[in-house]
Ligand binder design. Structure first.
Ligand code: ADP
Length: 530
């Protein structure tokens, strides 16, 4: 122990003494010293208050000194001590000094009162037990300040974890976005190839590439959704939608997986017209996630049952399979992000462990619940989604029939993308569709090309190296010659906010990468007619 700690420990174990006369003080001091009790005599209460700050094991006072302002100050210092760390006060009082005793008791809460005449043995034993009490207080104090330290450490660790978690979410969002960019030219390239004639091997290779690309797009979309949900950025596009529409879309989406597993699908819907105020795409995504899992986690030739029925103000949608089942203790876990019962098996099915977490978040965003049930391994699983149904029925406006792609005179399309491959692929697709096209790979050359060539349509990537696509759009719109120009945004980001920004910058349309060639051609055809 260092000398400093030694001194501290001695100070905190001494008795501070205030006596009415120096003679009394001297006598007390030598008595205590004789019996191995360290003490410090304070001439006045002011001095005692100062010494108390340096540390004390107990105070020894007499009733004669309990008076005036110094006493009041000392009493208030003593009262402010925390309950578990009150220095014991031994008060030597005259017999019958009831008033002083009452005052002392009230101002000090619990002094130990010893009546005169004082027997030496009594005084020594009272002081020793006061010092032991103080010793216990120090130990409790030490334990508490340990506790305090670990609380602080825990709080720091929690903050560090929160930061890491936030960075992980941001990283996932960026990763998913960056992965989308290279998919765009691949998708366009495949669309171009699919229009040409191939031998059988070529056709098969094309089919495989198309399927794998769609799978990759789905995985990336799931990743993006997860990061949007964890960052509270997922927006529902609510509208009146029927149960039938939701289930039809879900079944259509999952059909390839169900067929590949040679499973039978039985659909039983009691009331297909039950309606929801919901985001149809997102609800279908929930159901198709469950159907996909049923297909993935059942040996070939299984039976998958999709049923739905109204239960009061709710609709119960059930997906049941007779597949590999889920152990009871993991039924809750499977809804957590990245959790997989049998990692190797799930990975071999192309899973990342986010489908059910997404399904739960999407269901809860719609005010519903989702649960899983299984009688155990090998005994199949059942997932149940309960959703609030819409209270009033409303007739939906008819859905406009998709515009046909129409032939037109060769219109000029300027393609602006810093990814040369993406721009090349788009240009090839445009040539096929009988457009005249040119390319630019940054904002400045896009503006220059627009002025020099006068395109009818500009397809603009948003993330350009010099100025953003929004800026290019704004500058084009400022020029009266480009008021009628068709401006199409092509971006890896596809939130409602991104689309609003595109409209505000002057774009007519916004497409998220990888863009569906059919939808883009339809938009070009419509623009060409105007
Ligand atoms: P994944 O992409 O791995 O399928 P999910 O979040 O959709 O992720 O599912 C999490 C895990 O729950 C799966 O990896 C699988 O172990 C288990 N699971 C989900 N649905 C079923 C099911 N119908 N039958 C058996 N296991 C299932």
């Amino acid at each position: 122990m260092s000398a400093e700690l030694d001194t501290l420990s001695l100070l905190s174990r001494r008795v501070l003494v205030v006596m009415p006369s120096p003679r009394d003080a001297e006598r007390t001091l030598s008595l205590l010293r004789e019996h191995g009790i360290s003490s410090t005599v304070c001439a006045e209460l002011d001095v005692l208050s100062r010494e108390l700050e340096r540390g004390a094991g107990a105070l020894l006072l007499t009733d004669e000194i309990i008076a005036g302002e110094p006493w009041r100050q000392l009493a208030s210092v003593l009262r402010e001590q925390p309950p578990w760390s009150r220095v014991p006060v031994v008060l030597v009082a005259h017999e019958g000094a009831e008033q002083i005793r009452a005052w002392a008791t009230e101002s000090l809460r619990s002094p130990i009162v010893v009546e005169r005449p004082v027997r030496t043995r009594t005084l020594l034993s009272v002081l020793r037990s006061a010092l032991l009490t103080r010793e216990d207080q120090y130990q409790i104090g030490d334990a508490l300040s340990a506790l305090e330290r670990s609380k602080q450490e825990l709080a720091e660790q929690a903050e560090a974890l929160r930061t890491t978690d936030r960075r992980k979410d941001e990283f996932l969002a960026t990763l998913a976005h960056e992965l989308r960019n290279p998919l765009a030219p691949i998708q366009t390239g495949l669309d171009i190839l699919s229009h040409a004639r191939h031998d059988e091997a070529g056709e098969r290779a094309l089919g495989v590439m198309n399927r794998q690309l769609q799978h990759m797009v789905r995985l990336i979309d799931d990743l993006l959704d997860v990061s949007r949900i964890t960052q509270g950025k997922l927006e529902l596009k609510r509208a009146r939608v029927t149960l039938e529409e939701v289930l039809d879309t879900a079944v259509e989406t999952s059909r390839p997986l169900i067929e590949r597993g040679h499973h039978a699908l039985r659909v039983t819907v009691a009331d297909p017209n039950v309606a929801f105020d919901a985001d149809a795409t997102r609800l279908a995504q929930v159901v198709s996630n469950l159907l996909n899992n049923a297909a993935k986690y059942s040996p070939a030739g299984g039976l998958i049952e999709l049923s739905a029925q109204r239960e009061g103000n709710q609709c119960l949608i059930e997906v049941r399979d007779d597949g590999i089942g889920i152990p009871a203790d993991q039924l809750d876990d499977v809804f957590h992000m990245f959790s997989q019962v049998n990692r190797a098996l799930s990975r071999s099915q192309g899973g990342m462990g986010i489908g059910l977490a997404l399904a739960r978040s999407l269901t809860e965003l719609h005010g519903g619940t989702i649960t899983g049930e299984s009688r155990g391994l090998g005994l199949g699983s059942t997932f149940r989604v309960r959703l609030p149904v819409a209270t009033r029925t409303e007739r939906k406006p008819p859905v406009p029939v998709a515009d046909a792609i129409v032939r037109h005179d060769r219109k000029r399309v300027l393609v602006v993308d810093d990814n040369h491959d993406a721009a090349d692929m788009l240009a090839i697709m445009l040539e096929h569709a009988d457009y005249e096209s040119r390319q630019a790979h940054d904002g400045k050359s896009a503006l220059a090309a627009a002025l020099a060539w006068g395109p009818d349509i500009v397809i603009l990537d948003i993330g350009l190296p010099d100025v953003s696509g929004y800026e290019v759009a704004r500058q084009l719109r400022e020029d009266p010659r480009f008021q009628k120009l068709e401006l199409i945004a092509l971006s890896g980001w596809g939130t409602e906010d991104d689309k609003r920004k595109a409209v505000a910058a002057g774009f007519n349309r916004h497409f998220t990468k990888p863009v569906d060639a059919g939808a883009l051609c339809a938009a070009l055809a419509r623009a060409s007619e105007r």
